[in-house]
Design a protein around this ligand. Sequence first.
Ligand code: AMP
Ligand code: ZN
Length: 136
Amino acid sequence: MNTCIFCDIVSDKAAAYKVFENKHALAFLDIMPATEGHVLVIPKEHGATLSDISEKSVKETAAVVQKVAKAVEKATDAKGYNILQSNNSVAGQVVFHVHFHIIPRNKGDGLSFSWKRGKLSPEQGTALKEKLHQVL
Ligand code: AMP
Ligand code: ZN
């Protein structure tokens, strides 16, 4: 039987520092925080990635992400925050139940999210736009 630690937190089978919950989503402290006030927001519906859950869950969870992010800003006096959401191991996902990280940021906190910036050519831009239009 597959077990999911975040489903266990939803059902109180596992302990967590829950900070907010409603019918569809739950927010709790990340147990290995990147910065003080690092919170995870999850849909109560289980799904491994964002592509696997219902549009309703996405909407409800996004609303809770905004609500809790505003609370985290106030409570920690952070000067900003990052929202991080990883899908599949190739993207760094470790827990396979959708979750949004709210990571408070302050000057000199030592965190960095950086990548080498490429350059989109007009040919690539046009080809990709067409491809996406077809799929959408
Ligand atoms: P990700 O790499 O996006 O899958 O991140 C998973 C996050 O879940 C990590 O930041 C972990 O610290 C956090 N985490 C794992 N287990 C727990 C738990 N039982 N309670 C709170 N946070 C957890
Ligand atoms: Zn789950």
